[in-house]
Design a protein around this ligand. Structure first.
Ligand SMILES: Cc1cc2nc3c(=O)[nH]c(=O)nc-3n(C[C@H](O)[C@H](O)[C@H](O)COP(=O)(O)OP(=O)(O)OC[C@H]3O[C@@H](n4cnc5c(N)ncnc54)[C@H](O)[C@@H]3O)c2cc1C
Length: 1056
């Protein structure tokens, strides 16, 4: 977008800005932006209701009259005869849907007398009346263009298996048919039903019918009624009630409003002198309602159609509404073969219309406001998007010099200038801190494209700014050039793809996110970009994510402007809040693209540059001096972090530094823990000693449903593994680390959020390495929390800390693999919900050490699997999942269950050591922090030897040491998580091993001190301390023994 549109808090700018994102402005503008939409506001009526026969389609009575005339019958004879005797009852039943029209016709034909006249008449009724009266259809289109609702309320019947309704259904918001409802006019209930569906009061509606008998109940209810005899008279009556014209409808237009009306006398003269149009012809004007901030009119002059575009009246920014600029670019591009409306003349003489204006030819065609292109077959959608892409290329291929547009805008640094402009705009309308915007304001200038091409840019290139051929997928005209300038063409491509990332119910611009684009036949944004690059004959755009980040940043700034205005204006608090949330969500979306771009850049960095510092990721990303602000924060129920650092760099060390979306999740999670988990802890722990302990606790299933309903579900799946956010919640490892710590405060919490081991690691394996079929069978039910899983690697007979030792075999036999082996410490295997075992064994004992192993997916109900016994940790069995000892005897597994392929088990084991491997560490920080909290509460209330324990020096030293150790370990966990998000797995290996070593030992020390301070109670089950201690101890082994991690760190260190 160009600078000229910017005037801080100018109503014009905001209205224009709104256009950028709004395909359907009139719905929202009245509340948030301006009061341009006057008709509906002052309009007393909200709906117009039509009978069908005799109003929308010709009357059966008129047809009967013709019939009677032709057959020399007495007037009224036909219907009198049809409705005599039992036929009357049959006709009533027909309209109530109890008989079909064919059955009714059979009843009539039973009487041989007169059936030779009546039968053909009835046939004619269903064939000759099957068209909508054009004048009435046009009136309906005019009514709808003004934002009023329309409905049909008809007594009709079933004919040929369908209800008889020969009208364009898209013209109506509500259709009430007697044959479907089982009631008919004049029963007042059917009128009430119609009003109810329309959600209008009777006095807000107008009802048209050709039968006085049917109008009566409507009038009694308070509806305004019009008896339809002659169509034109009825339309005139309706016009006088509605106070806007009901003829001359043109697609996309509405009646000209009072405040935008223009005098036509001088205009007629001008048209005569400039275009040679006859001034004797009436000039009919309508106003375009969509997508323009300048006033745009459709004009009929005789049979000629024109479009007039004009500056709004009043004092304007010099650069805004630059008619001359728009006219110039369209004229120039038109001459270069770009599809634009043909320009006819520009008038800068204010004596004609008060402000300058220009004229174009009217270009009839289709405008698609909904990017899903409803009603189009998939192949047409593909072609429509392809035509859109082609039209964009036509703009960008224009030789600026040959088109005479060298001075059309500043040349170079387009995006830099844009970022600056939109940052200023955002700052001017800032109402509160939006973390993502702050991050973007810093990030965007640091990541500007190094190379920028300069072409004409449209500035607002979207599907709904294009006129397509009425039938063919061909762009006839590109509209709305107000924001065009010289700039980076990829910004236009990114703008074309805005809808791809917005949800379908996004209130401003209907989005395509979550739509099945393949099924729809719509290209994804990347496919669209590739097509563009191919069409332009250029190299792929590597930093596409930057452009998307920039585009959404711009939209977020615009939305924030709207939000600020809504706060200042009359908008309801709910509406204002919605606008504010939209700005925040869009900023988050933008930041998501920035993160993706970060991943891309890091991946493209050479792995070892001898000139750069060896440990480049081990220190802060930004200079220390500007890295932190210090804040004191407290949260209810034990979540306080006393002194937290609010980072300005990328390593977020406290929840306050998280983006608003993640902070909201964090807040909800802590509330959930307070409300649902802590109060239930004692009961859940007791159940683990109950005789039913191996049956999953129904309480846990209830907790899971509640957590899922609250969106606290599958938070663990990292954005890096699930960049499309198809399966998880789209959190980075760093963001999850903060949340996972909260979950770690209770041993029962992780399962409630579907974030517990070993499922998390297994889900990651399936996502990373599984085939689509494997995902369908196992990943989806795991993600839904319907089943659980286990991981079987460790074996009793061999030192399993060295995975090359394992003995279990996987042998290929025909179309199966046969598994044999003895496993133990298979966590989760005891759970009746455990349906999947990820089994590690050797497929080729002769191969290279690290190519012998494979992993295979085994259904737990496969014959040959025996669960020998549950193992316990310090006597704790951890039901219902437990840690099982299992034997596998000739277990036959289909070949397609192998993961990735034979010999790739080690590779997967490495991958399994992905993010999942530090979740335990994140939780251990939670164990320790809670233990310290419990300890502090305890020592403040117990007195020994005349003083509270809290005042004993050794206790104070223990508290201080615990806090220091927790903070150290937490920082190391966060750093490891941050590196996992930003560098390759290989580069973060050392930090991961460090934290696996540090976190359990730290937790053991802290918990041990807390137990000591509690006295004997600390060892009991009355507090979670003893169990925390048990698990912290187990974790010095379970994720690989300390010694193994130490060896990894040392080896890497020696290599440096
Ligand atoms: C609670 C819990 C849950 C578990 N869940 C699972 C699971 O779901 N699936 C699964 O497959 N396994 C699981 N395990 C098993 C765990 O992964 C193994 O216990 C671990 O890998 C160690 O293997 P090991 O027991 O065979 O010990 P060994 O390999 O026999 O090692 C014994 C000891 O030798 C020493 N040692 C080993 N290597 C070195 C070295 N390089 N330098 C110096 N000393 C060394 C260490 O002190 C080590 O503790 C779980 C374990 C526990 C306690």
């Amino acid at each position: 977008m160009c600078v000229f549109g910017i005037s801080y808090a100018s109503p014009y700018f905001l209205a224009k800005a709104w256009n950028i994102v709004s395909p359907c402005r009139h719905l929202y503008v009245p509340v948030w932006v301006s009061s341009r939409w006057k008709h509906t506001k002052s309009q007393q009526y909200k709906a117009v209701i039509f009978e069908m026969g005799g109003v929308l389609i010709p009357s059966p009575a008129t047809l009967a009259a013709e019939w009677e005339f032709r057959n020399s019958l007495q007037a009224g004879w036909l219907w009198k005869t049809i409705l005599s005797g039992e036929k009357r009852v049959a006709w009533d039943r027909c309209m109530l849907g109890e008989l079909t029209f064919e059955e009714f016709a059979a009843v009539v034909s039973k009487e041989k007398q007169n059936s030779n006249i009546i039968k053909p008449y009835l046939q004619a009724m269903t064939s000759q009346l099957k068209y909508q009266i054009p004048a009435m259809r046009e009136a309906i289109q005019c009514i709808r263009a003004e934002g009023l609702k329309t409905a049909i309320l008809t007594n009709n019947f079933w004919f040929k298996d369908q209800s008889f309704l020969p009208v364009e259904k898209v013209d109506f918001d509500v259709i009430i048919e007697s044959c479907r409802e089982g009631i008919k006019k004049p029963n007042p209930e059917i009128y009430k039903l119609c009003l109810e569906h329309l959600k209008v009061h009777p006095t807000e509606s107008i009802y048209l019918d050709d039968s006085g008998q049917n109008l009566e109940p409507a009038a009694q209810l308070g509806m305004i009624t019009i008896k339809v005899g002659d169509t034109n008279t009825a339309i005139q009556k309706l016009e006088s009630l509605l106070r806007f014209p009901l003829h001359g409808y043109v697609y996309g237009t509405q009646a000209v409003r009072k405040d935008t009306d223009i005098p036509t006398n001088r205009l007629k003269e001008y048209l005569q002198t400039t275009l040679g149009l006859s001034s004797g012809e009436p000039l009919t004007l309508r106003e375009f309602s969509h997508g323009q901030s300048n006033f745009t009119y459709h004009m009929w002059s005789g049979d000629q159609q024109l479009v007039l575009r004009k500056k709004p009246p009043g004092k304007l920014l010099q650069s805004a509404h630059a008619m001359e600029k728009e006219y110039r670019v369209m004229k120039a591009l038109g001459s270069m073969g770009v599809p634009v409306p043909k320009t006819l003349a520009i008038c800068e003489d204010p004596s004609v219309l008060g402000t300058s204006f220009y004229l174009m030819e009217y270009c009839p065609g289709r405008i698609f406001k909904d990017p899903t292109l409803p009603g189009q077959p998939a192949c047409q959608r593909t072609e429509i998007y392809s035509a859109m892409n082609h039209a964009l290329c036509q703009i960008h291929q224009v030789d600026i010099h040959a088109a005479g547009l060298d001075d059309y805008g500043k040349s170079g640094n387009y995006i830099q200038r844009q970022v600056h402009t939109w940052t200023k705009q955002y700052r001017a309308s800032e109402t509160h801190n939006i973390q993502a915007m702050e991050q973007l304001i810093k990030w965007l200038p640091e990541n500007l494209p190094t190379q920028e091409k300069t072409t004409i840019v449209h500035g607002d290139f979207r599907l709904d700014n294009l006129i397509f051929h009425p039938e063919k997928p061909e762009v006839l005209a590109i509209l709305d050039w107000e924001l065009s300038t010289l700039g980076d063409p990829i910004c236009d491509v990114a703008c074309s793809c805005l809808a791809h990332y917005l949800p379908p119910d996004f209130p401003i611009l209907k989005g395509l996110n979550n739509c099945d684009l393949t099924e729809l036949g719509i290209p994804s944004d990347l496919e669209y970009l590739t097509l563009y690059c191919d069409n332009m004959g250029m190299n792929p755009v590597e930093n596409w994510n930057f452009y998307m980040a920039f585009t959404f940043f711009r939209v977020a700034a615009i939305l924030q402007g709207i939000y600020k205005r809504s706060l200042q204006g009359q908008a309801s608090s709910t509406k204002a809040e919605t606008a504010g949330k939209l700005a925040e969500n869009t900023a988050d979306l933008s930041w998501m693209f920035a993160i993706r771009e970060g991943f891309r850049k890091f991946k493209s960095i050479p792995t070892r540059n001898p000139n750069s510092p060896v440990r480049k990721y081990s220190t802060w990303n930004s200079p220390r001096s500007s890295a932190t602000n210090l804040l004191y924060t407290f949260s209810p129920n034990n979540h306080c972090r006393h002194l937290v650092s609010v980072p300005k760099g990328h390593l977020i060390v406290s929840p306050e530094g998280l983006s608003p979306r993640i902070q909201e999740l964090y807040h909800q999670l802590t509330m959930f823990m307070d409300k649902h988990i802590y109060p239930l802890e004692a009961e859940l722990t007791d159940y683990q000693r109950d005789k039913n302990r191996w049956i999953p606790n129904p309480r846990m299933e209830k907790l899971k449903s509640e957590a899922k309903a609250n969106g606290l579900w599958n938070l663990f799946l990292p954005l890096k593994t699930d960049p499309e956010i198809k399966y998880g919640a789209g959190l980075t490892n760093l963001e999850y680390a903060h949340l996972c710590e909260v979950m770690g405060r209770s041993l029962h919490a992780p399962e409630a959020f579907n974030c517990s081991a070993p499922d998390t690691g297994n889900m990651e394996i399936l996502l990373k390495y599984g085939t689509e079929a494997q995902k369908e069978q196992w990943l989806l039910p795991l993600l839904e929390g319907k089943i659980r899983s286990c991981f079987a690697m460790t074996e009793p007979q061999v030192a399993s800390s060295d995975a090359t030792n394992i003995k279990a075999s996987i042998v290929e036999v025909g179309d199966s693999f046969i598994l044999n082996g003895h496993k133990w410490w298979t966590s989760g295997a005891m759970d009746p919900r455990c349906k999947l075992c990820v089994f590690m064994g050797k497929t080729d004992p002769q191969a290279h050490r690290h190519r012998q192993q494979s992993m295979i997916l085994v259904s737990m109900d496969t014959p040959g699997i025996t669960v020998v016994r549950p193992l316990s940790v310090f006597g704790i069995e951890d039901p219902p999942g437990g840690h099982g000892e299992l034997t596998f005897e000739n277990v036959r597994v289909p070949k397609q269950n192998i993961l990735l392929g034979p010999g790739r088990g080690f590779e997967i084991a490495q991958g399994r050591l992905g993010p999942g491997r530090i979740h335990h560490c994140m939780r251990l920080i939670g164990y320790a922090d809670r233990a310290l909290q419990l300890m502090k509460d305890r020592v403040k209330t117990r007195v020994a030897f005349g003083r509270p324990l809290a005042e004993q020096g050794s206790i104070m030293a223990d508290i201080a040491n615990s806090r220091i150790e927790i903070e150290q370990a937490r920082l190391l966990v966060l750093k490891a998580a941050h590196l996992m998000d930003t560098v390759s797995d290989k580069e973060v290996a050392s930090e991961i091993s460090m934290i696996k070593l540090v976190a359990p030992s730290m937790a053991l020390h802290v918990i041990d001190r807390a137990i000591q301070a509690f006295g004997a109670a600390g060892l009991s089950n009355d507090y979670p301390l003893a169990q925390f201690f048990g698990w912290a101890r187990a974790l010095r082994l379970a994720d690989g023994p300390d010694e193994v991690h130490r060896a990894v760190i040392a080896k890497l260190e020696l290599k440096r």
